[in-house]
Design a protein around this ligand. Sequence first.
Ligand code: DX5
Ligand code: ZN
Length: 215
Amino acid sequence: MVKVSPSMLSANFSKFGEEIERVERSGADWIHLDVMDGMFVPNITIGAPIIKAVRKNSELPFDVHLMIEDPIRYIDDFTKAGADILTVHTEAKGDIMGAIDKIHENGLKAGISLNPGTPVSDITIYLNKVDLVLVMTVQPGFGGQSFREEGIPKIEFLRRYADENGLRYDISVDGGINRNTGKRCADAGATVLAAGSYLFKMDDMSPEIELWHGF
Ligand code: DX5
Ligand code: ZN
C-alpha cells in the first residue's frame, strides 16, 4: 500500500496541534514536517521546539524533512523532539554521511533527499544505508509549486536499483503532488506520497487519502 505523508507546511499554523490531529483522523500514515533554515533554502519554517510541542498530538511517525545546512549539528535536537524519520539533503553543506550515521546511532530512520536539478548518481553512495529516499519534484523552499517531471525517471531508477540490490528503502516524492502526479509517481515506484497544498485545500482529505492508498 502506498503511504501518504501530508506536509504540514500547508496547515493552519495558528492551530498546528489540532491540524496534526485532523491529519491523523483523515487516515494519513506519516506526518511530513518541513524544517527550513533560511540558508539551505530562502524560507524559514519550524524547528525542533515546535515539533516537540506537537509530538503529543499524534502517534503517527513524524517524517521530518531537514532543508538545512550542516544538518549533523541538529540531529540530537530533532531526536529529542520526537522525530521518527530524519531526512537530510545531499546538497547541504557538511558531513552528510556522518549525519546519516548519527541519525541511525540515535535509533531513528534516516533519509536522503535530492533536489530536482541533482542527478540521482549523486546519492548512490547513500543507498545501501538509508531507510528512505525523498525525491524532490519542486525546488525546496515553498509549498504550492508545480510538479517537475525530472522526478519520474529518478523514481524509476531508485525502484530498479533497490530491486537489483536487495534494498528496502522507501521512495518518497515531495512537491506538486496531486491525484494525477501522485498516481504517476506510484506507478513509477514511489511508496510514499508527501503532499501539502493539494490535500490541505480540502475540508476533508480522508477520501483522497483512501484513494491514494490504492494507487
Ligand atoms: C517544499 C516542501 C514540501 C512542500 C510540498 O520545500 O519540502 O514538503 O510542503 O508542498 P506542495 O505539496 O504544496 O508542493
Ligand atoms: Zn518536504
